[in-house]
Design a protein around this ligand. Sequence first.
Ligand SMILES: NC(=O)C1=CN([C@@H]2O[C@H](COP(=O)(O)OP(=O)(O)OC[C@H]3O[C@@H](n4cnc5c(N)ncnc54)[C@H](OP(=O)(O)O)[C@@H]3O)[C@@H](O)[C@H]2O)C=CC1
Ligand SMILES: O=C(O)C1=N[C@H](C(=O)O)C[C@H](O)C1
Length: 265
Amino acid sequence: MQIKIIIAGPRGKMGSEAVQMVNHEDSFDLVACIDRQNGGRTLKDVEQLPDLDVPVFDDPEQCFQETDADVIIDLTIPDAGFDHSKLALLYDIRPVVGTSGFSQEQIDALEDLSITHGTGCIIAPNFAVGAVLMMQFAKTAAKYLPDVEIIEKHHDQKLDAPSGTAVKTANMIQESRESKQQGNPNEKELLDGARGAEADGIHIHSVRLPGLVAHQEILFGGPGQTLTISHDSYNRASFMEGIKLSVHKVMGLNKLVYGLENILE
Ligand SMILES: NC(=O)C1=CN([C@@H]2O[C@H](COP(=O)(O)OP(=O)(O)OC[C@H]3O[C@@H](n4cnc5c(N)ncnc54)[C@H](OP(=O)(O)O)[C@@H]3O)[C@@H](O)[C@H]2O)C=CC1
Ligand SMILES: O=C(O)C1=N[C@H](C(=O)O)C[C@H](O)C1
């Protein structure tokens, strides 16, 4: 069976890679794209999408009405990604969402909608299988080494901080570790932000530099020892197998799944 796919954000760093991946996959059929035509660009820019012989809509509702799609892959920005996913669920089109930066309220709202409609949805903060393993290893390590800090490093075009992966890592660590404030209870920041952001006592540090793609280290400390678990994505191809798997899996789901680890066999 051919899976009919819409890609939102096809000119982006991830979206353009996803267009190529979908075009190379025999069981996938790219039927349309959603791209915005304001943002200072001309329609000509939109028409210059590489090798794209499909309609490009700037109105998602028109896209969903005029396209008989099974799945939408969203790789845009948080507000647009949320609106696309919400609307797609109303049209029984299954969202596979890579876009990071959704609030917990937005994730809960999409979960409610997907259950009400019985329509599958996958939101994955990171589609790279190595990153998922990193998070799972960190969850195990935190049981034994509860003092932990996260350093995530990304390219300097990234809009959200901390990264979706860092937030998900902290959440997974919380599942196995007793709540704990890392560091000296009397510590004082001499410069605001010196200790990074904080989630349940876990400090998260965000680095943004040209030259980076997507990298994370999780540092654990115990008496006389440290453990570092790290993952590096050197290019966006690293995320494509996870997106491919998610597109197949979402066809058999009737509710929202958050995190690639929940669909990996
Ligand atoms: N889950 C995962 O494994 C991964 C997730 N990501 C996430 O994916 C998202 C995209 O990342 P990346 O490709 O690097 O970012 P880019 O900025 O390269 O691409 C985003 C694209 O979305 C477009 N866009 C913005 N608003 C809209 C809208 N309303 N409708 C349609 N298109 C829109 C942008 O257009 P314009 O140029 O006009 O702004 C741009 O082409 C981010 O949230 C990122 O964090 C990234 C890598 C892996
Ligand atoms: O913006 C990116 O590039 C990435 N975003 C995701 C995140 O916020 O965790 C996934 C990956 O780290 C790349």
